[in-house]
Design a protein around this ligand. Structure first.
Ligand code: ADP
Length: 213
């Protein structure tokens, strides 16, 4: 449950509107014994948050939505395409050694692996550690041999919401998802990697939402 604290006056406004709707800002102001100018900021916060609805020449209505519903609806409106990062991609023939160098240079935790430009797998820090403690010849063994491969890759689409992606990340216990575009070639479905959503993107969205006044 999200516990958003409204000011005492905002709570009083909500109570008044619930009881007397539709009610004009003048009427609310006179009941609270404040000026309309004083009320303006509170009314715009409550309207922006979706608690109240303002209809011109009629007045304010209570929407009946709980603060949790409003917050959930806001989150479910945010699309992957507005938060997507640049993906780091290597070909499946790349050596483990070179892929590890890429991981450091690009400062990511997961690399997407492609063959002929299409997604075939994902390789993460733990996959690299496993290959190293398993004494793989990192200069010779290609990354394609240690990756998690299709069709077991969890993917995201640009039109999905950040909420859908966060649910996938939690359910599959992974750090990031490739954002993909479906393509058909030679009668087969392939996926082009066009972006990446990681736990970091979800964290920045959380910070953005928290910073909204
Ligand atoms: P880390 O290795 O840093 O813990 P993850 O938790 O993301 O990173 O990876 C755990 C395992 O899940 C690895 O074997 C990795 O190949 C695999 N993995 C990572 N991302 C995905 C994904 N999007 N779909 C399927 N498997 C993945």
């Amino acid at each position: 449950m999200i516990d958003i604290q409204f000011s005492t006056r905002q709570n009083k406004i909500i109570e008044i509107v619930k009881e007397k709707q539709p009610i004009s800002s003048e009427q609310i102001a006179s009941m609270l014994k404040v000026t309309r100018a004083t009320l303006r900021a509170d009314l715009s916060v409550l309207t922006m948050m979706g608690m109240l609805d303002a209809r011109p020449k009629v007045g304010y209505f209570f929407t009946g939505q709980s603060i949790n519903t409003i917050f959930a609806n806001q989150i479910k409106d945010i699309k992957v395409k507005s938060f997507v990062s640049t993906p780091v991609v290597v070909d499946e023939e790349t050596s483990i050694y070179n892929a590890i160098v890429t991981l450091f240079l690009e400062d990511v935790g997961t690399i997407f692996v492609t063959s002929k430009g299409y997604l075939v797998g994902v390789v993460s820090r733990k996959d690299f550690l496993k290959s190293v403690i398993g004494n793989s010849d990192t200069n010779k063994v290609p990354v394609g041999l240690i990756m998690t491969r299709m069709p077991n890759i969890v993917m995201a689409y640009p039109e999905e919401t950040m909420y859908d992606v966060a649910v996938k990340i939690i359910n599959h216990q992974v750090d990031s998802l490739p954002v993909v575009k479906k393509e058909e070639s030679e009668g087969k479905i392939h996926y082009k990697v066009i972006g990446r959503i990681s736990k970091t993107n979800i964290t920045s969205l959380f910070v953005d939402l928290g910073a909204k006044k």
